[in-house]
Design a protein around this ligand. Structure first.
Ligand code: CTP
Length: 399
């Protein structure tokens, strides 16, 4: 049983008789738990109607790059960010040539240029077109750019030929798509992650907290599990469901979070502090609800333990990754925290109005002692996977 639980799959359907198999592919993706959006090229729409894909996917089908209505609903950049993977099936010889050239004059090619998500193509064409040197050269180029190729298979072709060029069956394509996410790069590792905000009690009904949604930490947890790690997620209060196969420990305050982390840290190879831990907590927690009897109320606060710094200071501690949320001087502040807290890696992002917190997308500047990588704005799930791949590279000593 394959799983594409909660994955956003963008299916590009181009002009080939194999397009009829893509209708079944949508059902396989959905059956495996994915949400599917379909982009039809002009050629694709000659073979199967948008209505078929709309009914099967449960989502509107996009066909045009410059369509004011479609752009208002979910524009091409938004679609590119929404996708966890872009699967072009069938990929005609024409679409393969267009992708190789980096064209952006129709919706599907523009999306493939704009997305940070992995792209896979499932070629479908006549065996002579498949064998043609132009097609071979285009495929070679796509492969050097990291575009994955599914198939094609061998056999009877719609034109009467027999040979290579048949698009793989829907079930095979769905299995190969699921394998994109299961990278195995952290196989055998144990990863401990903190996520979400903390709540620092003032009285039995009130607390101090922040706007962290937990989405980034949860996306990292999911990516780590898919990379083969055993993952424990110590989570402050959020509205999110734990990703499958992740052990979640619920906590409220920074002190609870620290206790849970320290209980599990000895077994961890990697620690990722993605939580927005409150730096201060009230010195006294009122036993009863505080009444508004005074004009002025002063809360006395004391520093919380710095969980990340405490983990990084452990002897023989894990590979330690921190986050830095900044409103100014992003790189400078992040480097300061990397050194001060003696971290192995820090992931920095801008915060403030309309950035990071509560949103589904984000961008990260990832810094280590000898490396700096900018991960451009994309969905938090794609970003989570990119971050996990970077962590795995540095953890295994490859960078
Ligand atoms: N962190 C932690 N425990 C705390 C505070 C922060 O583990 N008590 C971790 C966060 O999970 C994050 C990183 O530290 O990985 C954030 O660093 P921090 O210096 O606390 O950020 P700010 O609070 O923004 O710091 P400053 O006020 O210095 O900007």
């Amino acid at each position: 049983m394959i799983s594409l639980n909660n994955k956003h799959i963008l299916l590009g359907v181009s002009g080939s008789i194999a397009a009829y198999k893509s209708a079944e592919l949508v059902r396989c993706f959905k059956g495996a738990g994915a949400e599917v959006r379909v982009v039809l090229t002009k050629g694709g729409a000659e073979f199967v109607t948008p209505l078929t894909f709309q009914a099967l996917s449960g989502n509107p089908v996009s066909t045009e790059l410059l369509d004011t209505e479609a752009e208002a609903a979910m524009g091409h950049i938004e679609l590119a960010r929404w996708a966890d993977a872009v699967i072009v099936a069938p990929a005609s010889a024409n679409v393969i040539a267009r992708l190789a050239q980096g064209r952006a004059d129709d919706l599907l090619s523009a999306l493939c240029l704009a997305t940070a998500a992995p792209i896979a193509i499932a070629p479908a064409m006549n065996q002579h077109m498949w064998a043609n040197a132009a097609t071979r050269e285009n495929l070679r180029q796509l492969s050097t750019r990291g575009i994955v190729q599914f198939g094609p298979g061998d056999g009877d072709q719609a034109c009467g030929d027999v040979g290579p060029g048949r698009m793989l069956e829907a079930g095979q394509l769905a299995r190969l798509t699921a394998a994109i996410f299961d990278t195995g790069s952290l196989a055998g590792c144990t990863v401990l992650i903190t996520a979400g905000p903390t709540q620092e009690a003032i009285d039995p009904v009130r607390y101090l907290s922040n706007r962290s949604s937990g989405k980034m930490g949860y996306a990292i947890a999911q990516a780590a599990v898919e990379a083969g790690a055993k993952v424990t997620l110590v989570s402050g209060p959020t509205a999110l469901r734990a990703p499958p196969r992740v052990e979640r420990i619920d906590v409220r305050s920074a002190q609870h979070m620290r206790d849970a982390v320290m209980q599990h840290i000895a077994d961890s190879d990697i620690f990722i502090g993605a939580a927005a831990v409150a730096d201060y907590r009230p010195v006294h927690i009122a036993g009863q609800k505080i009444k508004k009897t005074e004009d002025m109320l002063t809360l006395e606060l004391q520093r919380n333990p710095d969980i990340l710094a405490d983990v990084a200071a452990l002897k023989n501690g894990p590979f330690t990754v921190g986050f830095a949320a900044e409103t100014e001087n992003l790189e400078q502040h992040a480097r300061g925290k990397l050194q001060r807290k003696k971290l192995d890696m820090i992931a920095a992002n801008w915060v403030g109005e309309n950035t990071a917190f509560e949103r589904d997308d984000n961008a990260l500047l990832v810094i280590t002692a000898n490396d700096k990588q900018q991960l451009a704005t994309t969905s938090k799930s794609v970003l989570g996977r990119q971050l996990i791949e970077l962590i795995s590279k540095h953890y295994h000593g490859g960078a």
